[in-house]
Ligand binder design. Structure first.
Ligand SMILES: *Cc1c(COP(=O)(O)O)cnc(C)c1O
Length: 357
């Protein structure tokens, strides 16, 4: 199978080989060294600054989304949540479950956030802002400079879910004044699912320290404290953390985040060129390099997903709910090549010849 979904994605042979090894015991100086290096490289790639911290949560991206809400917000906050699809909606649900006062900015599918939409919330009693920099469900990437400016002006604590955008699009936590950046192991980090990462600004660390969350596993005070010596409070997904270490070092040695982003951008550009002439519309107003959301004009998106999977050995990413038959997505993250793009485009052309699209 070739996997063009947006996670889990293809891992390199090197990462797969590490996954086949025995899992070492982890309360050791050797594993601590790996974790300290992971924290340093995550801070470096997020451009978070020296006073930032990074913690590694065993759980998929949503675990870190929830841990962030529980640990950095309280009933005294009032939050603006950008809800442009299923991942924005998830933050709304988290605020509801944890009784965090919020207002949501609901966007039409595929539409970008504009400054005008934010005007209504300008100069009001808000304290925090939550956004998925790339709303993966619709493939819309928001304008972080505009959001950053709005948050600075209103002195808002800025929480950014960069799970599908980290390593795929430019992101500078310090320059944007972001207080939280969340990433996940199974997106552009191209490791198995199971670890998510929270990078915290100094202010975010202060918020965590002064908060008293009613939970144990997701208590970030404990994670921050243990992290200082390269450890986690509980048994982490040790194997995935070793894979993440190899991957982060590999990116660092190959020229760092800039060349990683350039590589993913080149893959996205190549695909978008190659599908010209096929009966698909790119539906997002503002694309990430991570994914291309496509609306087939002559066939059901879900039928295309099924045919590619069952007859061609290729996974693209289906959509759910209202978009099920309207949109499928092609990811450009993970261990993919331009030749893989050609294989996918040839399969689509073959389907066209067969009258399926
Ligand atoms: C993948 C993703 C998540 C996390 O989903 P999990 O299934 O919990 O890993 C969160 N936000 C965005 C924007 C994503 O793309």
């Amino acid at each position: 199978m070739i996997n063009f979904t947006v996670g889990p994605v293809m891992s390199s042979n090197k990462i797969c080989t590490i996954g086949a090894e025995q899992i070492p015991y982890f309360r050791t100086t050797e594993f601590s060294a790996v974790m300290l290096e992971n924290e340093e490289l995550m801070k470096k790639f997020a451009k978070a600054g020296d006073d930032a911290r990074a913690v590694f949560i065993t759980g998929s991206g949503t675990a870190s989304m929830e841990a962030t809400i529980i640990n950095t917000l309280t009933l005294k906050d009032k939050v603006i949540v950008i809800n442009g699809g299923s991942f924005g909606h998830r933050f709304v649900q988290l605020c509801q479950i944890h009784d965090i006062p919020y207002s949501e900015v609901i966007l039409e599918s595929g539409k970008k956030l504009t400054k005008k939409m934010l005007d209504e919330y300008d100069g009001k009693e808000y304290t925090a802002f939550i956004v998925n920099v790339h709303e993966t469900s619709t493939g819309v990437r928001y304008d972080m400079n505009m959001i950053s400016e709005f948050c600075r002006k209103n002195n808002l604590f800025l929480i950014v879910d960069a799970i599908s955008s980290f390593l795929a699009d430019d992101f500078n936590m310090k320059a944007l004044g972001a207080d939280i950046m969340i990433a996940g192991s199974q997106k552009a980090l191209a490791c198995p699912p199971g670890i998510s990462i929270i990078v915290l600004s100094k202010e975010a660390v202060d918020r965590v320290e002064s908060n008293d969350p009613k939970c144990m596993y997701f208590d970030l005070k404990d994670a921050l404290k243990n992290g200082r010596r390269g450890q986690t409070p509980f048994t982490p997904a040790v194997g995935i953390l070793l894979q993440i270490n190899a991957r982060l070092k590999e990116i660092d040695a190959a020229g760092g985040i800039t060349s990683e982003i350039a590589q993913i951008a080149a893959l996205a550009k190549d695909f978008r060129e190659k599908i010209k002439g096929l009966p698909f519309e790119i539906i997002s107003e503002s694309l990430s390099n991570a994914v291309t959301p496509l609306h087939p004009t002559t066939a059901s998106a879900n039928d295309i997903f099924l045919t590619l999977k069952n007859e061609y050995g290729i996974w693209v990413c289906p959509n759910g709910g209202e978009l099920k038959d309207k949109v499928f997505r092609v990811g450009h993250i993970g261990a993919l090549t331009k030749d893989d793009n050609t294989t996918l485009v040839n399969a689509l052309k073959d389907m066209q010849e067969r009258g399926l699209i």
